[in-house]
Design a protein around this ligand. Structure first.
Ligand SMILES: [Zn+2]
Ligand SMILES: [Zn+2]
Length: 216
């Protein structure tokens, strides 16, 4: 399974950066997790990777914030795409998806594609879903902003097996102990305590940026 970071707050040379997050999962099917803030940046970086909207089978939107749903227009050029959004998303976002593609409303944990599982709706102040990916190296967790609390996400994703890696935004996460034993920690996007996480887990910490690839 290959992960390509399409949008992040930082970017590798030749890629564009913006405040937002998007990651393409290449497995049996190609699943796009979040879409960044703007269709232009998503398109630019996807093209740099040689990825076109038609190659994407499914899209998962972690939560209804502009920096995760903003690039939707790029992917909606593919009318065959299936978009998995939480049932609590705004009518505006849901309507826009339904105009162009198929909308699948998520509430409970569900298998999105072979080995790619949504945690289902986890709520704090904001509803959010994250992904647990079953790879050859056990479970890889993919998060948007972790508004629901990373510890809750890891617990839910951990039901699928031992967690090997976690990639995405950690927001204000501070319960650092729960990261012990994870082999790869790519805290990025909105992570407030990135420096602290890097200091505590120097071996596991990995820089993340648009243009980066991970293989599991
Ligand atoms: Zn957010
Ligand atoms: Zn965000």
């Amino acid at each position: 399974m290959k992960l390509k970071i399409l949008v992040d707050n930082q970017a590798m040379p030749g890629f564009k950066q913006e405040w937002g997050f998007s990651c393409l999962i290449e497995a049996k099917e190609n699943v796009l997790f979040d879409t960044g803030t703007s269709p232009d940046v998503l398109m630019f970086n996807a093209e740099k990777f040689g990825v076109k909207p038609e190659q994407i089978d499914k899209v998962v939107l972690s939560h209804d914030h502009f920096d995760h749903t903003g690039g939707l227009e790029w992917i909606l050029q593919n009318p065959k795409v299936k978009v998995f959004a939480l049932d609590s998303f705004s009518d505006k976002t849901k309507q826009r998806i339904k105009e162009e593609a198929e909308l699948v409303e998520v509430n409970k944990p569900v298998e999105i594609s072979n080995g790619i599982f949504s945690t289902g709706k986890l709520s704090n102040s904001i509803d959010e879903q994250s992904l647990a990916l079953k790879t050859e190296k056990e479970i890889v967790v993919l998060t948007g902003c972790s508004h629901s609390g990373l510890e809750k996400i890891l617990e839910k994703a951990g039901e699928h097996g031992k967690i090997h890696a976690v990639i995405g935004g950690f927001h204000g996460f501070k319960k650092f102990d729960v990261l012990k034993g994870i082999n790869l920690i790519a805290a990025t996007h909105c992570t407030e305590h990135k420096k602290e996480i890097q200091r505590l887990f120097p071996k596991a910490f990995a820089e993340c940026a648009a243009g980066k690839e991970f293989e599991f």
